[in-house]
Ligand binder design. Structure first.
Ligand SMILES: Cc1cc2nc3c(=O)[nH]c(=O)nc-3n(C[C@H](O)[C@H](O)[C@H](O)COP(=O)(O)OP(=O)(O)OC[C@H]3O[C@@H](n4cnc5c(N)ncnc54)[C@H](O)[C@@H]3O)c2cc1C
Length: 294
């Protein structure tokens, strides 16, 4: 008997993952587990490490493409309330990694704290936001982080200060098994001004991105000083389709997935965009989304 068998109550085998992603694509997880509290998460993480079973943390699936074949090993979702607590004390906010960034933004704005409102409209969890240092023209989440709590492969909890997290453009150097929470330092501000900025960010985002369609946000990172969307647009690729996957007419760095889309089609469209942009501009685009599976 393996230690994996002791998690039957929180495990679903061969669970389709597509419904848990924004692209609504991809095959099943061998084991999908939803630990009920931090101690149970520690047992799962330890067991995975001891048995050499691969471990993946699924946030809100908004930056993720899962291959049609699915993924072996354990996929964890931090959906229990234990992982999404938000605490506000003065100008500091501590947020559980499983909670949505949008909830933390709302709580901060309600408390008259400024900083996070520039991330209005960015989907996903706090864990995903920290791992990928989400941001936009008005700043990145990493600039607001004081420290994070993580769980190591052996199930221990460690606090890591921001200066050791290696935040860069859409990246961090976090290699712990799980991000558990983030402590953010915001600033006190005028609630009316903060709400005004929040609304403005929303309006700008809605006007420039196809937010009502299925997508994973920007597929490619912007090359230094350039816009990946503009490069794709200039290469004449807006509206290009493979199967039921389509380069958005509104924002060329978004790929929209329609009803019968598959991950294989989306990967072929990604390859096509890369090779056309390489031919047209001599620039190699790098992926912003994460791809799971072999
Ligand atoms: C419509 C749309 C608009 C978007 N706009 C923006 C934008 O303006 N700026 C921007 O930067 N991004 C944007 N994104 C991308 C996406 O919102 C972010 O990357 C988001 O932070 C991903 O969070 P998630 O919880 O969905 O992570 P997922 O997609 O579930 O996972 C992403 C990665 O994070 C890891 N991960 C997640 N949680 C944890 C955890 N607790 N511990 C360890 N690893 C973890 C996963 O293993 C995976 O490798 C957009 C996406 C969409 C669909």
């Amino acid at each position: 008997m393996s230690c994996l068998d002791s998690f039957a109550e929180i495990t679903r085998r061969d669970e389709p993952l597509a419904p848990y992603t924004w692209l609504k694509l991809g095959g099943p997880a061998q084991y999908l587990m939803e630990p009920r509290h931090v101690e149970e998460l520690a047992q799962v993480v330890k067991c995975a490490h001891e048995t050499g079973t691969s471990l993946h943390i699924l946030g809100d699936g908004s930056n993720l493409l899962i291959r049609d074949e699915g993924i072996s090993g354990i996929v964890i979702r931090l959906v229990s309330g234990d992982f999404s607590k938000i605490e506000v004390a003065g100008d500091s906010v501590t947020a559980g990694a499983g909670g949505l960034l949008s909830h933390v933004i709302s709580r901060s704005v309600a408390a008259g704290l400024t900083g996070l409102e520039s991330l209005a409209g960015v989907p996903g969890t706090i864990g995903g936001a920290i791992i990928g240092n989400v941001g936009g023209k008005s700043g990145e989440v990493g600039a607001l982080v004081e420290s994070i709590d993580v769980m190591t492969n052996s199930g221990e909890i460690e606090t890591i200060p921001a200066e050791l997290l290696g935040f860069g453009y859409r990246k961090s150097n976090i290699n712990a098994a799980v991000v558990l929470s983030a402590a953010l330092k915001l600033r006190e501000g005028d609630p009316q001004e903060i709400t005004k900025r929040l609304r403005k960010m929303w309006i700008m985002k809605k006007a420039s991105q196809p937010l009502s369609s299925q997508s994973a946000g920007c597929i490619f990172m912007n090359p230094q000083g350039l816009s990946a969307g503009a490069l794709i647009d200039q290469a004449g690729l807006k509206g290009t389709r493979i199967g039921d996957c389509e380069v958005s007419e509104m924002h060329a760095n978004f790929i929209i997935t329609h009803e019968n889309a598959t991950s294989a089609d989306l990967l072929r469209l990604i390859d096509l965009i890369r090779s056309k942009v390489q031919d047209y501009h001599g620039i190699e685009l790098e992926l912003e989304i994460k791809i799971w599976g072999h």
